[in-house]
Design a protein. Sequence first.
Length: 297
Amino acid sequence: MSVPQGARDVEAVRAIGPDQWQTVPAGQTLNRGFSDDEFWLQVRVPAQPANRVLEVGYPLLDEVSVYWELDGRIIESHHTGDTRPFDSRPIVHRNFVFLVPSNTEPVTAWIRVQTQGSVQVPVAVTPSAEFLANEQISYGWQTMFLGIVVALALYNLFLFLIVRHQTYLWYVLTVVCSGAVQLNFNGLLFQWFWPDVPWINRYFTVPVVSAALIAAIVFTMKFLLVKSYSRWGYRVLQTLLAVNLLGLIYGFVGSYQVGIIWISSLAAFATPVAWLIGINVWRRGQILGGFYVLAWT
């Protein structure tokens, strides 16, 4: 699997000499961080008797095009991505999956990727039977995860309705938003809820991650009574809350790429900070801090 320096047409890409390509070891994911550039990959698929599929295993890519070459000519092409309706995918799947067009002759896949989010392009060629078996396991785990999220949310919502303590409500919001983040990053929300409205993807990821962080921060403040045990911790959480609120608003009106970088940085910073604040209030006598720290560890 190789990556060239860049070209905008499949015929121009095919004309690029081998010395201008960067080789990526098999099994390694192409990761270029955040970039507006186009990236092309060349995947050579040898002949095998079994039916196979090529999977691009990251569902948040804006544009994914696959051109199949056989005997020196392009015989098939597909254009999809999360900026196109879900039915643009040749195989209905949360990731981008393409049937290898020939078992008896070697073929080459030319893959073009462009996205405003993180450029991650995990590519795998798998026998169809093995792919289906792996998917059964994967969907089993996803179903189990969704069941746990729903159970936790409903249980704590009932507790909130009974005792009217706001902490339970913020925990419900944290669980629901965190579950939505996970399902979104696995491509399932697009598949299940708005397959014909791809523009929602542009405005969903940044706000839902911001909402999850906001709910988690407020839950931390109320559950640990941070204001009573740590004034500096309370100020830090207030600051994080304000920045996340700005991030939520920015997700609807600003650049998607900047928004993703913003909330990714906030998530990376807020998680260890909340954990340290939990340790601090625990040491100052807040018994619930121990449970909180254990849960976050």
